[in-house]
Design a binder for this molecule. Structure first.
Ligand code: DGJ
Length: 726
């Protein structure tokens, strides 16, 4: 799977369907040769070394005239002839930023190396192998160790880089990408996931052209606006066919992904920590490790790309890959009561859930300190005795009496100015001395780069988790970070702060999830403001969006599935008119659209009609049936809500014995007749019973002729079809 040919000085990284080839040139430059559909382990000297005569410094090597400016490279630098974007930039003590990396050594080992303090693909790594190539810089005196781990079955390669100062003086890192890939062509579409609060991860596809196209976050978290993912896809790539290269970062902080098309129409794709505002001081001998990135290759369209990402997450990523983790059906208090909670009101809600089949009640915001609205108490993680005179013991036993376990909400990274914690430690919030920090949702951000802050929050949360029988934690984060800087850092290290903040958050998540392995932690950041593989390493599910409107959720869940499996998304049935859009949709529609995610409710169960109560029982019965496919099956996008008035998706068991299809109408067209949806992921020769129509059809008929959509339909109408093989 990873081979080195000493004769050709070439590395071959092979996955099931792809090849990635790297070559050491005679002058020591590390040349990128090829990434794409599988090729043989040939001598690729002829490939990617075209003589392109431009107005830049040339070199002659083995009879080829070339310039670094058009040489495809693995980890390019600036200042010695390549004028495109560098992957790394190191400043010398004299302030100069000229770098020149050449090959020093390499090593191929089994498995994946441990990455200290950062999330990475670490589970079920039997059969994986890692290539480490060390490059050395003779101008500035640092080394870059490039790591490539090959996950053959998933068509995926993970990458990260360790930069080490090998001089006896301090160096300053100005940028360090996790991944840089040079492609010969520019004929790509650039596909990303864009959004805003309550409108996350909508699909954004545009053609690349000359110059640089980029997406980024400078908000302190990966953000609602751009997900740390991008794909380069052929212009004709569809869901089912064509080439797609997908790239995602295992990181939850500031990032940048850029695609630069140069004068020769070559494309350079790079991703890593956002260099904006970032610097990192490397003392003699010190190393900096970039976050991990993952690239996947598909020659079976976007669906193939998504399946590789989904499988990487479900099989190899921290807690997301732990099969023993149970994802309960929950009911959450937020949209039911917001801050207006008391023991009595919660007790009513909990008692009304009796017999519905819900697993866990989650007490959302408003239970701690003296929090009556969003302007106080963050940081005071003790129970508000005015609202809960009996602590949580009473509510927890009422949950148990009614067949449910108990979960709770925290926002560990935040502090309110009106809090005991702030009164004790006013300097613990992120701020610039002499300047009042900017408030957002009336709150400030704790400086998680300081270990004493992390320890204090750990102790408070651990005390509650030890005292009470809590099985579920929703970990929220409700603002962007401003006023960056830390009292714990020296003047020349302030540029490290945004990254050190995230490292502090990861250390807190790591400690808590290890100390409480039986608690299910769910990520949240004002909904889906930090939906990334970094969080999914610690928390196997994330609240997908604060937008609970079923119709809006079609686009959000469809877009999210480009990268993340449905097992990572949480979706709840909420009350109508919907709190975010005012839209009124049938209760069934809300259930059907939430069904194939981590399922639950976000409403006051004491206000349900008897019809809705019966529907909940049916929805839960159905969810129990399709649940195994959510966690172990394959997900297919059949009709895009971005391109059609409808939407359709399907999940299928890996053994192809069962499948479920969800069809939804966004906007009905009168008198439009019926149509057929071609299914996927079935066994062509098996006969499936399709309910509710109760027809029997072969897999190949359903996949080639299609499933008939014959129902009369109207706005927001949905249907779920279940398929069972004989
Ligand atoms: C934002 C979350 O996304 C909501 O679900 C809810 O937990 C609120 N915060 C509480 O403040």
């Amino acid at each position: 799977m990873i081979k080195f040919s000493p004769e050709n000085k070439t590395f071959y990284l092979n996955t099931k369907n792809s090849s990635y080839i790297i070559n050491i040139l005679d002058n020591g430059l590390l040349c990128h040769k090829y990434y794409g559909a599988s090729v043989a382990e040939d001598n690729m000297e002829y490939y990617n070394l075209f003589a392109k005569h431009e107005y830049t410094p040339n070199m002659i090597l083995n009879g080829y005239t070339f310039s670094k400016d058009n040489l495809p490279q693995e980890y390019p630098v600036f200042g010695r002839g390549d004028f495109r974007s560098p992957a790394v930039c190191v400043e010398r003590p004299d302030g100069r930023c000229v770098n020149d990396l050449i090959y020093k050594s390499h090593e191929i080992t089994a498995g994946v190396p441990k990455i200290e303090g950062l999330p990475y693909f670490n589970k079920n790594t039997e059969g994986t192998a890692t290539l480490k190539i060390v490059l050395t810089d003779c101008v500035s005196g640092f080394e870059s160790a490039l790591f490539y781990s090959v996950f053959e079955n998933e068509d995926a390669i993970t990458r990260h880089t360790v930069i080490t100062n090998t001089t006896d003086k301090s160096l300053k890192l100005r940028s360090a990408d996790s991944l840089s890939v040079d492609f010969e062509a520019k004929e790509f579409d650039f596909l990303t996931l864009r959004g805003a609060w309550a409108r996350e991860r909508h699909i954004n596809r545009r053609s690349l052209s000359y110059g640089t196209t980029s997406i980024e976050s400078r908000r302190g978290s990966s953000g609602h606006q751009h997900n740390p993912f991008a794909a380069l896809i052929s212009r004709n790539t569809t869901e089912e066919s064509g080439e797609a290269y997908g790239f995602a970062l295992v990181y939850s902080g500031n990032f940048r992904i850029s695609a630069e098309v140069d004068q020769f129409s070559s494309t350079r794709l790079q991703m890593g920590i956002n260099p904006n505002g970032f610097t990192y001081v490397l003392s003699p001998g010190e190393s900096f490790t970039t976050p991990q990135a993952v690239s996947v290759y598909s020659n079976s369209g976007l669906c193939g790309m998504s399946h590789s990402f989904h499988n990487m997450c479900k099989n190899h990523l921290g807690r997301s890959a732990e099969k023993a983790v149970k994802h309960p059906i929950i009911i959450n208090s937020w949209e039911a009561m917001y801050f207006d909670i008391t023991e009595k009101r919660i007790e009513n809600l909990v008692r009304s859930c009796r017999g519905l089949g819900i697993d866990t009640f989650v007490l959302d915001d408003g239970w701690f300190g003296c929090r009556k609205s969003d302007n106080s108490s963050l940081g005071d993680w003790y129970i508000d005795k005015n609202k809960f005179p009996n602590g949580l013991k009473n509510i927890i036993s009422i949950c148990k009496e009614n067949g449910m376990s108990f979960g709770i909400w925290f926002e560990p990274e935040m502090i309110s100015e009106n809090s005991e914690l702030y009164r004790r430690h006013p300097d613990w919030c992120i701020h610039t001395p002499g300047c009042a920090p900017i408030e957002s949702r009336s709150q400030l951000v704790l400086d998680m780069a300081r270990s004493e802050v992390v320890d204090c929050i750990y102790n408070q949360l651990a005390a509650l988790l030890n005292e009470y029988d809590i099985t579920y934690v929703k970990w929220d984060m409700n603002r962007n970070i401003t006023d960056n800087g830390s009292a714990s850092l020296s003047a020349d290290a302030q540029g490290e702060h945004a990254h050190r903040y995230i490292l502090g958050v990861y250390s807190l998540m790591d400690r808590l999830t290890k100390a409480f392995p039986d608690v299910l932690f769910e990520g949240c950041a004002g909904g889906g403001g930090r939906f990334d593989f970094g969080i999914l390493y610690y928390m196997p599910q994330i609240w997908t969006s604060d937008d609970t409107d079923a119709v809006e959720r079609l686009k959000i869940q469809y877009g999210t599935s480009m990268v993340y499996p449905v097992s990572a998304m949480t979706a709840h049935v909420s009350a109508c008119p919907n709190h975010q859009t005012g839209r009124i949709t049938p209760f069934k529609t809300r259930g059907d659209i939430a069904q194939i995610c981590n399922f639950g409710y976000e409403l006051d169960a004491s206000k349900l009609s008897s019809d809705e109560t019966e529907q909940i029982k049916e929805q839960i019965k159905l969810h129990r049936k399709i649940e195994p496919m959510i966690y172990n099956g394959d997900f297919y996008r059949l009709i895009s809500p971005f391109e059609s008035d409808c939407c359709c998706w399907q999940i299928a068991a890996q053994d192809k014995k069962n499948s479920a299809v969800v069809f939804a109408t966004q906007k009905a067209t009168p008198n439009s007749g019926g149509f057929y949806i071609k299914l996927r992921g079935l066994d062509p020769e098996s006969i499936y019973t399709v309910s509710p129509m109760n027809i029997k059809l072969h897999g190949k008929t359903l996949m080639n002729a299609g499933l008939p959509i014959t129902k009369e339909y109207f706005d927001f109408n949905t249907a779920i079809f279940e398929l069972t093989a004989e």
